[in-house]
Write a new protein. Sequence first.
Length: 269
Amino acid sequence: MTGSEVSPSFRLAYVPGVTPAKWVRIWNERLPDVPLALVPVTAGDACDLLRGRDADAGFVRLPVDRTDLSAIPLYTETTVVVIPKDHVVAAVEEVSAEDLADEVLLHPLDDVLGWERPPGRPANERPATTADAIELVAAGVGLLVVPQSLARLHHRKDLMYRPLTDAPESRVALSWPEDETTDLVEQFIGIVRGRTVNSTRGRTPTPPQPKAKRPDKDGARRKPAAGKATGKATGKSPRGASGGPKGGSRGGSKGGSGGGRRGKPGRRS
């Protein structure tokens, strides 16, 4: 390698709540010579990070402006409400927005659900981040509605969560700059979509090689097919064999036999 050559690498951004460990492990197995660097980023900054070419691809939350970014939706998350363990909602399996009508619902500035305001009564102030809102839930100030992955990310022993049936949902997608669909990006797309290691998508296929012909030995004659070889194989004499052309031996026998009779001396009376 010369001083001007740069070793290839792949930078993967991911927003809070996404766990890319499985895909990173497969990448390291298939492309051990191409290091993958993880780039954590907030949900609000993820698209700008990709546009600035500070990552080759990233796990983001939809919606994504498709003007200059490509995106493949991957999955939709369950929406949950985070509550103290001793809250009355903890006694049920799931809740609806109507069940939270009398509750104070926190609405952090980095909310990823995209609604104008959560159900229930609004808090006096909007927390700056989801992490700040979690602290307020633990302090008994109010409740918080988030995607399930964020509830798990900010897990606390004194808190729990329940599914919220009629709330917006967050979708996670793999995104990258549209004009930077490189071979490494295609490789990662294949991993995320579950393509096998033998898939040719995203790599230059190897042209099929022609089969080598087996050389015949000099002067060697091919063996005739069964049943088409010689008179010994079929029980028939080939044309041109001893006895002359077809019918010649029959005529010769007849002529010989007649000549014998004519040449025999007759009886004396």
